[in-house]
Each structure stands twice: as structure tokens, then as C-alpha cells.
Design a binder for this molecule. Structure first.
Ligand code: FE
Length: 168
């Protein structure tokens, strides 16, 4: 009995100590989430729907857009790393984030080549480049050519699609 109590205490304390920013991993069982495994995922929307919170599912799997100026990270300037909220893939460093007036978190470069993929997007009577996670294929946002030097790119991302971990 005593052993069980000790074990339970350890489990409770371990879960409380996990990163608050890691919303997806915190709120549901997501067996695909990993910050170290970079292998491509092929998971159906049917499966993702069972795993992801509704707001994240809508943006990530139905190419939704969160309302401007409402996201958690558009004004966020702590030093750290941004990961895909769906699968944990490393996407951006805070050094590449800049204050954009567009109302969504904006970055001028990705963490590494291949961390995201690009698709032509002709929806809503616009010609845009959609940005998706290179690991799980989830919608993250769009990239535009009006960013700051050195890249002049503006990766305009949905906060809900991002997990943030502050630097130690
Ligand atoms: Fe992902």
C-alpha cells in the first residue's frame, strides 16, 4: 500500500512539473508527439481528430486561421524554441521572430531546411504560399516576401499551431 502511495505521489509531481507551454501533450494522449524524432508521419485526419484539441485540429488539419491579435504568441518575445503543436517538430527559434503588425507570430527564417514544406495556395482569391509542418503535414500559416533582412521572408504563423519552450 505504502509503495502504491509513493508511486502515485511521484506520478502527480512529475506531471505537474511538465512544461505548461506544451498544451497538446498536456491535454491529450498524443503518441505521435516527439521533439527528437524527425521521421515523417502519415496519420489520417480521422485519427488526428481523436487526438487534437478542436481549435488546433481546425487550424492544423482544415487550414483554418485564428483571429488576428488573439493568439498566445503574436506579442511573445521570450527566448526559446517553437515546435509544431501537433507533432513536436522543431520549427523556429525566437531569434528569428520579429515584431510584425499583422497580428500573428512572425518569423524571418525556419530553424532548419526541411522543418517546413511549401505549397501554392490559390484559396480566397489570393495567390499565397502555404507553410506546413515538414513532419506531420499540418497547416501552420503562410509565408510572404515582405519580411525583414536578411531573408526578407515573413512566416506568418498561427499561435495555436505552435508549442513554445523557453530557454533554460
Ligand atoms: Fe508537425
Amino acid at each position: 500500500m505504502k509503495t502504491i502511495l509513493v508511486l502515485l505521489t511521484v506520478i502527480v509531481f512529475t506531471s505537474c512539473g511538465r512544461s505548461q507551454e506544451n498544451k497538446n501533450e498536456m491535454t491529450s494522449e498524443n503518441p505521435y508527439y516527439s521533439r527528437t524524432d524527425t521521421s515523417k508521419l502519415a496519420v489520417s485526419n480521422e485519427e488526428w481528430k481523436k487526438i487534437l484539441p478542436a481549435d488546433l485540429y481546425h487550424v492544423a488539419r482544415e487550414a483554418g486561421t485564428e483571429r488576428a491579435f488573439t493568439g498566445e504568441y503574436y506579442k511573445h518575445d521570450a527566448k526559446g524554441t517553437y515546435y509544431c503543436a501537433v507533432c513536436g517538430n522543431k520549427l523556429f527559434r525566437s531569434d528569428a521572430k520579429f515584431a510584425s503588425s499583422c497580428g500573428w507570430p512572425s518569423f524571418f527564417e525556419t530553424d532548419r531546411k526541411g522543418s517546413v514544406i511549401y505549397l501554392d495556395d490559390y484559396s480566397h482569391r489570393m495567390i499565397r504560399t502555404e507553410v506546413k509542418c515538414g513532419r506531420c503535414d499540418s497547416h501552420l500559416g503562410h509565408v510572404f516576401d515582405d519580411g525583414p533582412p536578411p531573408t526578407h521572408k515573413r512566416y506568418c504563423m498561427n499561435s495555436v499551431s505552435l508549442d513554445f519552450e523557453v530557454d533554460e
